[in-house]
Structure formats: structure tokens, C-alpha cells
Design a protein around this ligand. Structure first.
Ligand code: FMN
Length: 459
């Protein structure tokens, strides 16, 4: 286990050493969305670092496609770069067993404060922010971002990736899906009639970003979780405006407030489901009071795309390992492997393989998967297969479904499960009423237990 980078710049040096960084200059900002779309969908494609956009100061850079190869994913998490996917899955599972959060540590200084714009000086138009998809409601500065809030009752800090539309040079959007931790924090402030203090990082090291985009349990700060992963505390500085902790190695950060009585039309935005699913709605937004950035700042762009895109490529490893360990912890025997497919954004299609041991075992596992935190929000299909199936291989899983399941008897349906505005399959009239439920199918694609030994032998 070796994590030998301390910030995004050191990570980029390593990536360049692997021959996986492409530098691009003087590209038209209007072309970046299309380029991102293309590279995010290529296998083993390089990270792209843009500089010298026309109309922007040289040195104001933009980085995309950070998780475009298994080698960069292994590098980010400190695993051997042997390029073996099956081994990488097991590295994640093993590592995840032992991540004990370590509280972050406050430091006094940070290169983040090399440049400060406060109150009237705040100007987010300095950063090259693309309109990522053709039908987006505008440019989005927050895609590879970390949104930091504090629970006003319980005091702990949450970090989540929640998109930020760039409304104007001093205002950004603040879309959070219902139930996400930042959404609950904000709701608590609003119910007290108070503004919600927010800090957002727009360029962080990739491990911190990874912590921000996954479901770390309620009450645990993602910075502490990443500290646990690194084996040392994440260094943070206290935001001068909000008092919120901001990682000292950040490239760009803002502080501001969201107000209970102020809303603005947000969206549409190309989302991880591959649709402009949540359309345009009134949402709370953030009035920015301060901007901080390093010299030659790097804005991190992780625009969602039709899945799988670069975030899915990393997320499928992390979410799958978390799910595998959650299932093991419940104490169900025979769990062989688990996989949250990138094509479903790590949510819509989940497969778990088991060594069947008793009647009802496979259904028990399917329902248990549904009950885990990993599979709650906006899931759709959970497939249980035998342990001769490679759950990371979409063909193998589909083969199991079409040859071992019987549609009339192998599928259990769960009604009124948790979904959200991004779900493209919720009818518009239900979305308008806030009825964000969907159904789930648990597909038992194992050989039927009672006659599995008489099942035709596989080739
Ligand atoms: C690129 C990207 C963009 C995302 N955008 C949003 C978003 O706009 N709103 C949201 O609620 N979740 C979004 N997510 C998902 C959340 O970041 C993720 O579910 C996270 O675990 C939520 O954090 P929480 O569990 O602390 O609430 C996004 C994830 C990624 C990778």
C-alpha cells in the first residue's frame, strides 16, 4: 500500500510519469464538453489538462478524465499498478475492511490562500467553466467538487459532491438530491430560519474527491474517512467566513451562504443516468462571500455522462467493495463477490454472487442487498448469481439471468423504494408532487437450490 502524492499536482506528476497525461493548450472552451464526453467513454484514456483558454488568464487550468484507466484508479488509492482488474477488486475489499476514520487536523497556512477575493471582489468568471452538455441550463463550475456543510444540531461536518451551476460571478447553484447528507444539513438550517453556511472545493486531490462522491455513513466526515484511508489526518484550514474545514491542499475554494427564502431556477443538467432527468426547478443557491485559489489553479471537471463515465469507473470499485463488506458484516454465509456496475452509475444494476447453502439463501441475499446503504438510493435491478459467474463481467451476469432465471418465479418486486428527481422513469406528474419512489426487481439468477445438481452442466 503506497500513497505517495499529497495533492493534485503531485498526483499529476505521477500520472505524467505513467504516460497518462495529455496537456492541451488554446482549446476553445466551447469544445471541452464534447471532448470530455468522448474521452470519458474511451477505455484507458489519458487525463487531459487544459491551459491557455482564449479570454482567460494563462495558468487558469482545467483537468478532466482523472479516473479514465485502472492504473490511475490504482494509483489514486495506493494499490499496485499491475493492471489486473480482478486483483484490484480484492485490494479494495481488503482495504475497506480496515478503514478507521482519523479526525482531520487544522493547520494555520495553505497555498490555497495565495489569492483571495472577498465580498465585492468575488469573481468566479476568472475560471474557465464549460457548458458541459448541449442542453445544460448554463456552465457548471461544480462537477468535480466537494461541498462542505456542518450539521447545526449534531456538529459534524459532511462532504458531498453536489453540482453547482455558475449563475453569475458571485452566485452558484446548490442542487442536492433529497436524503443526501448535505440536503438534510441544509434543511435543518432552513427549518430554523437560518442561512446555511457552505464551503466548496473545486479542485482537490483525487482521493479526497473519491471520498466526497461515495456514501460514507451518516455522522462520519468524509475527510476523516480519507484520513483513515491514508493512515494520517487530512490537513485542513478553517474557512475565514464560515469556520468550515477546507483541505489545505485544495486548488480553488469558495465560502458563502444559502438562504431559506431564496431560490432560483436550476438546470437542466446532463446527469449520471444519461438523461437531463431533473429538468429545471426552483432550488436554493449560494451567495459567494469569498474565493481562494492557488497560483495557476486547477479546476477539476467531472461532468456526468451517459454511464459509465470516469467517476463510475472508480466508483464501481469503491461501492462494490463497500457493499461486499456490508454483506459480510450482516453475517450471511456464502457471499462470493459483489459488483455495482458502472453502466448503472454504481446504483441501477447490482450483482452479487453466492455459494448457495440452503433453501431461500439467494432471496435472502437479494433482499439484504436492497437493505444496505449502498443500494438504497435510486437502485433498480439486483441480481443474485452462483459463484461460478464473474459478477464484474456484464456478459456473464446477463448469461446467468437469461439461462438460470424463470421470469414467472425468479423475480421479487419491492414497491415504494427510495428514488429522487434524477430518476428518468418517474412520471412528470409524480415528480411535481415530490413522489420520488421507484420499484426494485430482485432477480434470482442462481440455479434453483432444490435441483441445482441436476441443472445442465455448463460448457
Ligand atoms: C460527478 C458527480 C456529480 C454528482 N452530483 C450530485 C448532485 O448534484 N447532487 C447530489 O445530491 N448528488 C450528486 N452526486 C452524488 C453524491 O455526490 C453522492 O451520492 C455522495 O455520496 C453524496 O454524499 P452524502 O452521502 O454525504 O450525501 C454526484 C456524484 C458525482 C460523482
Amino acid at each position: 500500500m503506497e500513497l505517495d502524492y499529497r495533492d493534485l499536482r503531485e498526483w499529476l506528476d505521477k500520472v505524467e510519469g505513467l504516460g497518462e497525461l495529455e496537456r492541451k493548450e488554446s482549446v476553445n472552451l466551447g469544445d471541452v464538453g464534447r471532448i470530455a464526453e468522448r474521452f470519458n467513454h474511451l477505455e484507458n484514456s489519458p487525463a487531459l489538462l487544459f491551459d491557455k483558454f482564449k479570454g482567460y488568464e494563462p495558468g487558469f487550468r482545467l483537468l478532466i478524465n482523472i479516473f479514465g484507466s485502472d492504473r490511475r484508479i490504482a494509483l489514486t488509492f495506493g494499490f499496485p499498478l499491475d493492471g489486473d482488474r480482478v486483483k484490484l477488486v480484492r485490494y479494495f475489499q481488503k482495504k475497506m475492511e480496515n478503514v478507521e476514520p482519523i479526525p482531520s487536523e487544522y493547520v494555520k497556512s495553505s497555498p490555497l490562500f495565495e489569492n483571495k477575493l472577498v465580498d465585492e471582489e468575488v469573481d468566479l468568471y476568472r475560471f474557465p467553466v464549460p457548458k458541459w452538455h448541449p442542453e445544460d441550463g448554463g456552465p457548471y463550475i461544480g462537477t468535480g467538487c466537494m461541498v462542505i456543510t456542518r450539521d447545526p444540531e449534531e456538529g459534524w461536518v459532511n462532504v458531498g459532491t453536489y453540482r453547482n451551476q455558475l449563475f453569475d460571478e458571485k452566485t452558484v447553484g446548490f442542487y442536492v438530491s433529497p436524503g443526501h447528507h448535505g440536503w438534510i444539513h441544509r434543511k435543518k438550517y432552513f427549518e430554523r430560519g437560518e442561512p446555511c453556511p457552505v464551503a466548496i472545493v473545486f479542485g482537490s486531490d483525487p482521493l479526497l474527491f473519491a471520498g466526497s462522491m461515495i456514501e460514507v455513513p451518516w455522522g462520519i466526515c468524509e475527510f476523516d474517512w480519507v484520513g483513515g484511508w491514508r493512515g494520517e489526518p487530512v490537513e485542513v484550514v478553517r474557512g475565514p467566513v464560515t469556520g468550515l474545514p477546507i483541505p489545505a491542499n485544495s486548488e480553488i475554494a469558495i465560502e458563502g451562504f444559502s438562504y431559506p427564502d431564496k431560490r432560483r431556477e436550476e438546470g437542466p443538467f446532463g446527469e449520471w443516468t444519461g438523461y437531463y432527468g431533473s429538468s429545471q426547478r426552483d432550488e436554493p443557491f449560494i451567495e459567494v462571500k469569498a474565493v481562494y485559489y492557488r497560483n495557476n489553479p486547477i479546476l477539476l471537471g467531472i461532468p456526468p455522462q451517459k454511464p459509465p463515465y470516469d467517476a463510475d469507473k472508480a466508483r464501481q470499485y469503491i461501492k462494490s467493495a463497500l457493499l461486499y463488506n456490508e454483506l459480510k458484516k450482516i453475517g450471511i454465509p456464502g457471499i462470493a463477490n459483489a459488483w455495482c456496475f458502472g453502466v448503472g452509475g454504481g446504483r441501477l444494476l447490482i450483482a452479487v454472487s453466492i455459494k448457495q447453502q440452503y433453501p431461500g439463501h439467494s432471496r435472502q441475499v437479494g433482499h439484504a442487498v436492497y437493505a444496505t446503504p449502498q443500494a438504497n438510493y435510486l437502485g433498480r435491478y439486483i441480481v443474485v448469481v452462483d459463484d461460478d459467474i464473474d459478477v464484474t463481467d456484464l456478459n456473464d451476469v446477463i448469461w446467468a439471468i437469461i439461462t438460470r432465471s424463470d421470469p414467472a418465479t425468479s423475480i421479487d418486486i419491492i414497491q415504494r423504494a427510495t428514488s429522487g428527481p434524477l430518476d428518468p422513469r418517474i412520471p412528470p406528474e409524480k415528480k411535481e408532487k415530490g413522489e420520488f419512489y421507484n420499484s426494485r426487481a430482485i432477480i434470482d439468477a442462481t440455479k434453483p437450490f432444490e435441483w441445482k445438481d441436476k441443472f445442465p452442466p455448463s460448457l
